[in-house]
Ligand binder design. Structure first.
Ligand SMILES: *[C@@H]1O[C@H](CO)[C@@H](O)[C@H](O)[C@H]1NC(C)=O
Ligand SMILES: *[C@@H]1O[C@H](CO)[C@@H](O)[C@H](O)[C@H]1NC(C)=O
Ligand SMILES: *[C@@H]1O[C@H](CO)[C@@H](O)[C@H](O)[C@H]1NC(C)=O
Ligand SMILES: *[C@@H]1O[C@H](CO)[C@@H](O)[C@H](O)[C@H]1NC(C)=O
Ligand SMILES: *[C@@H]1O[C@H](CO)[C@@H](O)[C@H](O)[C@H]1NC(C)=O
Ligand SMILES: *[C@@H]1O[C@H](CO)[C@@H](O)[C@H](O)[C@H]1NC(C)=O
Ligand SMILES: *[C@@H]1O[C@H](CO)[C@@H](O)[C@H](O)[C@H]1NC(C)=O
Length: 570
């Protein structure tokens, strides 16, 4: 934030919509942490601003939207799904890798559109959200239902006025066999035509993540193929008609990390846009795992790469790396909104009359009453009321039961997260503390728990080959004075979870956790706080958290290569 302020001061003189004729450099990921499947646009009508929306699965609020004027300073400006009533059936989803997959963000005649499918939700579960002000949560509409027979829907406004939706349609019982289908849609009613087959791309299964463009007399169809892991790739084809047939780009795959030794793997699921100077760019997802693909707790992050795309020639994409040259717009950190700039640190005191920051995230819909900032008698505290379910849940866990958890994404390879807690549980099983949370089946906690009329610090982790549980009895006065917790990613492969009485400089490390426990599936790690009765009913003793600090320490930008300074721009 310090460098941002300095730049703001300078910006007064230099930010004149200027585009430099020389290349400058930037760092990938542009939006680090769990921010997969970016869909980005450039909107001259909104003061030459770039906007991106990303996937969020069952994290809520869902589908974060970021804005930037320079492709380097990105700010969280809203969430498309920010009020349960916009799409109520989201709340019933049980599978942790379901929910809001890849959104497509488009701007057409003054309106922003996000089309998406809420995977596993009961109908109505697909359609569009619209807004005329992407800087405000409340301005995003409710879901306008449009039936889509698949996932990863794309919205394309043909210059002739027809609106097309392209999507990945599952065509067998194997969820990983798909084809790209297409319908036309009447956006005033949500009615669609009968679907028809559009493309199989280059034939590498499963084709998904379609985006269509019109440029220089051709319709262009960009696809993700090969699945979202190491075989992920971007392919291009074109046609004189939006319904095909498609001519394949002889350069396919046009963008991939297959066979590369880069830290940046799984590159795929791209979207294309151009800036005010006419330079083309692709956003895509990538996993900072290296080819070993073992340690990648932040999972799929949003990256940016320059594309040269003159006339009706095939576009040429630069390979994705950590430090990239490109014809960037001039640095301009003036982005409106109340959300955080990407890469910033947290320091929240939960002061009276404040609310939780925009980037604080729940798992499914939160029970709002379980999260209170500065409740009466407890100023400068975040009060959590425990849920019956713990972070793992149990056999008869129902999604609507809720889990008392709030966190923020891990957005740096190395970071430290500290928070203090006052909690004096009186019933057996009551527990509250801090967590490294990927999903219900993969998490690690360090909490204070009441056991046999004694207090203990307990470390517990869930997932295959999870480390052993650790229980350490602690004196009662710890609970009254308050406990200081710390979670650190202290190297590329491990977290430490530590605690001690508040005010003590040295915290004791209770457990080390290998982050490969969290390197799986579609979502990325959150760090945060939780409270539970471990199956002994709702309510019970409340926990009070204070002095929430998250500090980014370094970003991996290559194998064994780190970037330490104020992240984002330079
Ligand atoms: C759960 O799903 C039912 C049926 O679609 C719906 O009526 C209800 O509103 C949903 N509840 C929540 C909280 O999502
Ligand atoms: C939309 O579809 C509904 C149901 O099929 C139909 O009743 C209605 O007439 C259609 N509306 C338009 C404008 O085509
Ligand atoms: C597309 O691929 C699917 C799955 O391999 C196959 O069943 C289908 O016949 C293909 N369609 C065309 C038109 O090639
Ligand atoms: C990756 O390497 C294999 C073996 O050399 C080769 O067959 C394949 O075409 C390569 N893939 C790409 C996308 O470069
Ligand atoms: C700037 O970067 C782009 C994208 O990598 C490249 O095509 C172009 O040649 C570079 N221009 C200069 C002047 O280096
Ligand atoms: C990180 O630290 C752990 C525990 O000290 C160690 O086992 C591991 O090898 C380290 N990883 C790296 C990449 O240095
Ligand atoms: C979660 O709660 C259930 C029910 O009390 C319990 O069986 C389970 O061991 C707990 N798991 C974890 C990881 O806390």
């Amino acid at each position: 934030m310090k460098s941002l302020l300095t730049l703001s001061a300078l910006g007064v003189v230099t930010a004149l919509h200027g585009y430099s004729d020389k290349n400058s450099t930037y760092f990938n990921p542009i939006i680090p942490g769990f921010h997969p499947d970016p869909s980005c646009i450039f909107v001259p009508e909104w003061e030459d601003t770039f906007f991106c929306a990303v996937s969020s699965f069952i994290a809520f609020p869902g589908m974060p939207v970021f804005a930037s004027k320079d492709l380097q300073n990105w700010r969280l400006i809203s969430h498309v799904h920010n009020r349960p009533e916009q799409a109520l059936t989201f709340g019933n989803i049980s599978r942790n890798s379901a929910g809001w997959y890849a959104p497509t963000l488009r701007f057409h005649e003054g309106t922003f559109y996000v089309i998406n499918v809420d995977v596993d939700a009961q109908a109505p579960s697909s359609g569009i959200f619209t807004t005329t002000n992407p800087y405000q949560d409340s301005a995003w509409s409710d879901l306008m239902p449009i039936p889509v027979g698949g996932y990863d829907p794309d919205l394309f406004f043909d210059p002739d006025g027809t609106v097309y939706i392209q999507y990945a349609a599952t065509i067998s019982n194997d969820p990983f066999t798909t084809e790209i289908d297409q319908v036309t849609v009447d956006l005033s009613t949500g009615n669609t035509s009968e679907p028809h087959f559009l493309s199989n791309g280059t034939g590498v299964q499963p084709p998904e993540g379609p985006h269509m463009y019109y440029k220089d007399g051709y319709y262009w169809l960009l696809l993700a193929e090969g699945g979202t892991a190491l075989d992920h790739q971007v392919t291009m084809s074109r046609s004189k008609s939006p319904t095909g047939p498609w001519e394949l780009d002889p350069g396919n795959p046009v963008l991939t990390a297959i066979n590369s030794s880069s830290l940046f793997q799984t590159v795929g699921h791209a979207d294309l846009f151009h800036d005010a100077a006419g330079n083309w760019w692709a956003c895509a997802l990538s996993t900072r795992s290296g080819p070993e693909y073992v340690h990648w707790p932040m999972n799929r992050e949003a990256v940016l790469t320059p594309v040269s795309w003159p006339g009706d020639d095939w576009p040429v994409f630069d390979p994705v790396d950590g430090l990239m040259p490109g014809p960037l717009p001039r640095v301009n950190p003036f982005v409106a909104g109340r959300g955080q700039f990407v890469g910033s640190n947290d320091y929240y005191k939960f002061a009276p009359r404040t609310s939780l920051p925009e980037h604080f995230t729940f798992w499914r819909f939160p029970k709002r009453e379980n999260y209170v900032v500065s409740p009466p008698g407890h100023p400068y505290r975040l009060q959590l009321t425990p849920s019956n379910a713990n972070l793992t849940g149990f056999e008869d866990f129902s999604p609507l039961d809720g889990q008392t958890f709030v966190g923020r994404r891990q957005e740096h390879t190395l970071f430290s997260y500290r928070v203090a807690m006052e909690f004096s549980p009186s019933n057996a099983g009551e527990e509250a503390g801090v967590t490294v949370f990927l999903r219900q089946e993969r998490n690690a906690e360090l909490g204070l728990i009441s056991m046999d009329d004694k207090y203990a610090l307990r470390f517990r982790a869930t997932g295959p080959d999870a480390p052993e549980t650790v229980v350490r009895e602690v004196p009662q006065w710890w609970a009254h004075r308050g406990i200081q917790f710390e979670i650190k990613a202290f190297n590329f492969t491990h977290y430490s979870l530590s605690a001690g009485p508040k005010g003590k400089r040295h915290l004791e490390t209770v457990a080390l956790v290998d982050n490969s426990l969290f390197s799986t599936s579609f979502t990325g790690v959150f760090v945060g706080v939780y409270a539970t009765t471990n199956g002994n009913g709702e309510g019970g003793t409340k926990a009070y958290f204070s002095d929430w600090r998250y500090k980014g320490i370094a970003q991996a930008i290559g194998i064994d290569e780190y970037h330490y300074e104020g992240y984002g721009h330079h």
